[in-house]
Design a protein around this ligand. Structure first.
Ligand code: PYC
Length: 338
């Protein structure tokens, strides 16, 4: 194999509660020194090939979230980041922030302590414990609509809330659907030994994905959006937890069709905002959100004036260091796009 013309991209892979993050540490595009929102826009417009090369098959998969590690616009901040997935740039990513923090620690680029990260939606601060644990303070999160009912093809009426946690979410409690008997939860969880519904799990992924995709189609078809017409591109379903120490289990459908293996940092933030708006979570009170795998994020909120700031804690592990080779002779050098 000739080495001529091969582009090298150095990446560090990690997972946060089972959900992968691939941090680009060398070989990414130069996006200038604008804000992360400006750089995200440029990345989406001009460097979509690069995005696809990093996260899509044959080097990656639909599940991988990429994180382009950038110089911050303000040197007072630790770093900047642009998150992206199998179909385009993301606004924010909670599990990815935890993965990036642990990756920067692994590289010796940060020490234990408080750090600030520039993202496309604003500054996210995080506390790194020097090992595998990161607590992030997200951008202000809020619910914009409560009890929105949509007619879902093949399912019937489904009611949920619309909230922002750094991405837009439609949050649905599968146990508590107005108009449906309490003993018939939306996802048909099986009754446990004591008659209580059991937590949904990996065996249910296909039907949960199908349900969440139908809900998302119904939101689109009915013009139901986040603020300023933004697409509600994440659907978050809730059910009973698998472990009694936790408060609930979730299933999160991501924009590109994959499901989040972690409890989803931005999704947990959106959930915390809804709980607070419902008077069910006071500042400092702990919410333990379980993922479909049973991995857990711990969440609390604090008030900063009128803003609700979620704090989400999780653990990540570095599991690979690699150099991606982008060979111009390779017909799939820029990844396989759907
Ligand atoms: O953790 O915020 C998150 C996230 C968004 C998409 C996948 N994970």
């Amino acid at each position: 194999m000739s080495d001529s013309g091969i582009r090298r991209v150095r990446v560090i892979d990690s997972h946060t509660g089972g959900e992968p993050t691939r941090v680009v540490v060398e070989g990414g595009p130069d996006l200038g020194r604008g804000t992360m929102a400006e750089r995200r826009e440029l990345f989406g417009r001009k460097f979509d090939d690069f995005r696809s090369a990093v996260v899509n098959e044959p080097r990656g998969s639909d599940v991988i979230v990429g994180a382009l590690w950038c110089e911050p616009a303000d040197p007072a901040n630790t770093a900047g980041v642009i998150f992206f997935n199998n179909i385009g740039p993301l606004w924010m990513c909670g599990h990815g922030t935890i993965g990036l923090g642990v990756t920067l620690g692994y590289l010796g680029r940060i020490q234990a302590g408080r750090h600030s990260l520039e993202t496309a939606v604003g500054i996210v601060t995080f506390d790194y414990d020097g090992g595998n644990r990161v607590s992030l303070e997200n951008v202000p999160s809020y619910r914009i609509a409560q009890g929105v009912t949509v007619d879902v093809d093949g399912v019937g009426q489904v009611t949920g809330d619309i909230a922002w946690g750094g991405n837009w979410f439609f949050l649905v409690d599968t146990r508590n659907q107005p108009g449906m008997p309490a003993d018939r939860p939306l996802v048909g969880t099986r009754p446990g030994r004591n008659g209580h519904p059991t937590a949904f799990g990996i065996a249910d992924v296909e039907r949960l994905s199908d349900l969440a995709k139908r809900i998302r189609r119904a939101l689109r078809a009915n013009g139901i959006t986040g603020a300023n017409g933004a697409e509600v591109d994440h659907v978050e379903l809730f059910g009973p937890p698998g472990h009694p120490d936790n408060h609930s289990r979730n299933f999160v459908l991501c924009p590109g069709g994959a499901y989040d293996r972690s409890p989803c940092g931005t999704g947990t933030s959106a959930k915390l905002a809804c709980l607070h708006a419902d008077g069910k979570l006071s500042p400092g009170q702990m919410w333990r959100q379980e993922s479909i795998l049973g991995s857990v994020f711990e969440g609390t909120v604090r008030l900063d004036g009128d803003n609700l700031i979620p704090r989400v804690t999780g653990t990540a592990y570095v599991n690979a260091e690699a150099t991606l080779l982008l060979d111009p002779n390779d017909p799939f050098q820029m990844g396989i796009r759907g």
